[in-house]
Design a protein around this ligand. Sequence first.
Ligand SMILES: C[S@@+](CC[C@H](N)C(=O)[O-])C[C@H]1O[C@@H](n2cnc3c(N)ncnc32)[C@H](O)[C@@H]1O
Length: 260
Amino acid sequence: MKDLQSFTDITRVQTSFARGLPSYHDHAQAQARIARTLADHLQIAKLQAESQNTFENVLEFGCGTGHLTRQLCNAFNIETLHLNDLVPDCATLAAPLAQNFVAGPIQDVELPRHLDLIASASTVQWIEDLPGLMHRLTDHLRPGGWLALSSFTPAHFPELATLGSGSAAPSYVTPTDWQAMLPRDIDIHHLAEAKDVIRFASPRDVLRHLRATGVNGKAEGRWTRARLSEFEDRYTEMFGDGSTVSLTYAPVWLVARKRD
Ligand SMILES: C[S@@+](CC[C@H](N)C(=O)[O-])C[C@H]1O[C@@H](n2cnc3c(N)ncnc32)[C@H](O)[C@@H]1O
């Protein structure tokens, strides 16, 4: 039953991101900033530890339309870049930057070995068994290899949580949660969280934004006119400032390295 549940959830997430893919790149401004910050912190940590910016063998998963891919390609000399996403259409968007693209859930696809960087932005919140994935990923890192990941904390989208939306992803983590699930041979170089508040003209624009960025994969049920109207009234009352309403992103970044 659990497998069937996981399959249904993965399919729902895939459908939601595939539908949002044509609009994702331009609407995902928060994710673009998150990806840039992740690449910046990786660059600082790598230069401090190794005084050089070359990676031989890199895997980025959940690459989407390539926000992080482009940042990595600009910041580092990468000899071989493997990309992955749940949605096969990402192959045409991000994969021209890479040597390989494999579609499918990162939990199940075959991973290259002896990686010296595994990176991913705004994706691991969709993974049900995040501790399991962290072990699987670090097993595929060579000694001295880097992990550069971003996710979201439980403070993500508080507006939607308060209003009882079913859009939350399954694995939001605090920095402390993340630290606790790392294998012992992984040293943390950077672990930080932040808030990024975006303002929209109306709650309906918030819903359009969620749909355009594909992040409503777990939202349940259909909107009836009455439900929509109640949602809009409550959203405006609780999160409005008279002319706009807020949507709060709460990213968390991890840069870590496997011991030599
Ligand atoms: C919010 S987007 C982030 C895309 C890109 N990394 C960025 O920063 O803009 C999340 C991406 O993760 C992908 N994804 C979700 N679950 C996944 C999984 N289990 N395995 C691989 N990719 C997954 C989605 O298809 C989507 O493209």
